[in-house]
Design a protein around this ligand. Structure first.
Ligand code: ATP
Ligand code: MG
Length: 274
């Protein structure tokens, strides 16, 4: 049985529907990317999976193979209190809280897990610092280390690379692939289509209703991808023009260059879970 099975989900707030007709599964070993425009309901869906808000209708069923304390969750940046008055070390190890059960302290192995994940995310030197004194990118690394402490079998990540610099972003994606190869299932909300298409094996695109769920390669052949990708490119170009007007500089033209040699989509298709 799949780790998570969602059937006919309708999600919203105060009687107002955000998205509906959501049907998908997360299987052991999956790397599922959830994509969609701003306001489509991606974070709302992640919160529903974490039982932080209740679906208006439909069902979310977890298999017996996965316990809540084997899931690591990284909420979207804006949802974690930026001035949280605790140290980096305290926040990271709190990812192990659900492993403690009724025990009122962290044991040696939990402290070791926290240390390893702080080193992985390159924040070990910051462990005694107060979270609120850190930059946005450093804070994000703290929250990632915390999610990694909790993730035994499944990681739910809502736009995890927001605020990270290029080097840390690349390392983080590498780490995710490594974890995935080691058997950790990943569900990630992302606006980074390049990454989503590069490493995932399944795609869920949502809008007012579900647009697509299935195999990444099938998605890349679909009309849904063509129009979403085009829309994304147009949006990027608009932003580039705006940036150019403001700064006077020509921004990086990743999408245009890629289109010129027409390898972009082909690259994705071949770029299976490398
Ligand atoms: N707590 C809330 N109460 C009421 N409405 C909310 C709440 N949280 C989100 N919404 C609304 O639900 C809709 C979906 O929001 P959500 O944050 O899930 O979108 P998203 O797909 O994650 O967008 P983004 O890409 O910008 O992160 C939006 O219209 C938003 O204003
Ligand atoms: Mg969101």
């Amino acid at each position: 049985m799949a780790y998570i099975t969602c059937r006919d989900l309708k999600l919203g707030y105060d009687g107002r529907v955000v998205t509906e007709g959501i049907n998908f599964e997360v299987e052991e070993g999956d790397y599922l990317c959830i994509i969609g425009e701003n306001g489509a309901g991606k974070s709302t869906l992640m919160k529903a999976l974490m039982n932080l808000n209740k679906p208006m209708s439909g069902s979310i069923v977890f298999s017996d193979d996965i316990k809540r304390n084997e899931i690591g969750y990284l909420p979207q940046n804006k949802e974690f209190q930026r001035d949280f008055p605790a140290s980096v070390g305290e926040i990271v190890i709190s990812g192990c809280l659900s492993k403690c059960g009724w025990r009122p302290f962290y044991n040696r192995s939990e402290k070791k897990i926290a240390e390893e994940n702080m080193k992985r995310m390159d924040i070990w030197e910051l462990r005694k610092k107060c979270y609120r004194e850190l930059s946005g990118g450093q804070q994000q690394r703290v929250l990632l280390a915390r999610a990694l402490c909790a993730a035994g079998k499944l990681l739910l990540l809502d736009e995890p690379v927001t605020g990270l610099d290029y080097k840390v972003t690349c390392e983080f994606y590498g780490l995710l692939s490594e974890l995935n190869r080691a058997g950790v299932s990943i569900v990630m909300v992302s606006h980074d289509l390049e990454e989503a298409m590069g490493h995932s094996n399944k795609i869920l695109q949502i809008g007012r209703e579900q647009v697509f769920f299935g195999d990444k390669n099938a998605y890349l052949m679909s009309e849904s991808w063509k129009s979403f990708h085009q829309h994304h490119k147009d949006h990027c170009h608009q932003n580039e023009n705006k940036q150019k007007r403001i700064t006077g500089y020509e921004p990086d033209r990743k999408f245009e260059e890629a289109d010129k040699n027409e390898t972009y989509d082909a690259q994705y298709r071949g770029g299976d879970r490398s």
